[in-house]
Ligand binder design. Structure first.
Ligand SMILES: [Zn+2]
Length: 358
């Protein structure tokens, strides 16, 4: 595993590097990019070409990076390094990109809805600071897993990918097809890269699929659920679900174990349904996760909607809180079709910039 950084300020890089070394068992090979100095009287165009080829070399040797980590703001680099330019080179070589920002949560989450989710993963350092090293390792190893999966090819169908790589239960296949798997996703990339050598093509396909898994499947509650979304779906108080291991333990068989699973935990929704159906007390015909946990463990509280009443069911992707149908909306432009447990709380939706909600 090799993780490379584009960070204009050496200090955050040094800190991250240290955390990576101390918190992770197998230390990845990490390095920070330093742009070559300008030569006297060197024309801008010639410098740009030199810079670009240096970036290319940095990304590919001694071996191709598993992940390129970019600071959102690179303006302190001297000479200047432009983030878009770096991302373009990464895309050409097939090195996946993770961009981090230091802005506080809700603003980043709103901005996230706008960012191009098919060419980067984003991390909000302000919100997830303690988890950043593990997240980076998990993203890098997830992409490495996808690259190593020799079954990845342009002809592979979605259901095969779901089964062999994501280890999806059969019932999830139909739901997975309702996610955006359209014009911008792998098909276009593979077509465009047909003439490339196969190692590079594999990396490009792996990056694109990886972005899709992280930014669509794992980010939006639907076929997979994060802890809060799972608690909301199961109608179990989200704090109890997070803090009582024996409650989560009832649903262990539903845990997602495919690439990037260490960024979770996440649960397969259809597997939660199956566990509820097979484990519920006979008296309840339409059992919920609450019924199951209450009958087996006791002392369970219902999940509360962000507005305070009992009963939620859904997940607000902006506030990251449980929410009910009545107090939330589901703007089609912002939420993928398949993500049917994702909504936006009405109060949060009202705060979004109007041009975003058109
Ligand atoms: Zn409500």
């Amino acid at each position: 595993m090799r993780i490379v950084f584009f960070e204009d300020d050496p200090q955050p890089y040094e800190e991250l590097h240290e955390q990576l070394e101390s918190q992770v068992a197998t230390t990845p090979n990490a390095a920070r990019f330093v742009p070559p100095p300008r030569r006297p009287n060197e024309p801008a165009q010639s410098y740009d070409m030199r810079l670009r080829s240096q970036i290319r070399r940095f990304l590919s040797s001694p071996r191709v990076a598993s992940l390129a980590v970019l600071d959102y703001d690179l303006t302190m680099y001297d000479p200047l390094v432009d983030r878009d330019g770096v991302q373009t080179v990464c895309q050409q070589i097939g090195v996946p990109v993770c961009v981090y920002t230091f802005q506080p949560g809700a603003a980043t989450r709103t901005e996230y809805l706008l960012r191009s989710r098919d060419r980067e993963i984003s991390i909000d350092v302000a919100e997830q600071s303690s988890r950043v090293p593990q997240l980076l390792i998990s993203y890098a190893s997830g992409f490495d897993q996808l690259v190593a999966n020799s079954n990845l090819s342009s002809t592979q169908r979605m259901d095969q990918f779901a089964k062999s790589v994501l280890k999806a239960p059969a019932e999830a296949a139909l739901a997975l097809q309702r996610y955006r798997w359209g014009p911008k996703t792998p098909v276009a990339v593979v077509r465009a890269s047909r003439k490339l050598d196969s190692a590079r093509k594999t990396r490009i396909v792996a990056s694109t699929l990886g972005y899709w898994v992280v930014n669509e499947l794992l980010h939006f509650a639907g076929v997979l659920l994060n802890a809060t979304a799972a608690a909301s779906y199961l109608d179990i108080d989200d704090q109890q679900f997070n803090e009582r291991a024996e409650v989560r333990g009832l649903f262990d068989d539903a845990v997602y174990r495919g690439p990037f699973s260490e960024t979770g935990p996440y649960w397969w929704t259809c597997e939660l349904d199956r566990i509820i159906a097979t484990g519920s007390p006979a008296s309840s015909t339409h059992g919920t996760g609450y019924d199951l946990a209450q009958s087996k463990l006791g002392g369970i509280s219902h999940c509360r909607c962000a507005e305070g009443h009992e009963g939620a069911g859904y997940f607000c992707i902006v506030s990251e809180r449980p929410v009910c149908e009545r107090h939330s909306v589901r703007p089609m432009a912002l939420i993928p079709l398949g993500a049917d447990r994702s909504r936006i709380r009405k109060r949060e939706f009202a705060r979004l910039p109007p041009w975003l909600t058109l």
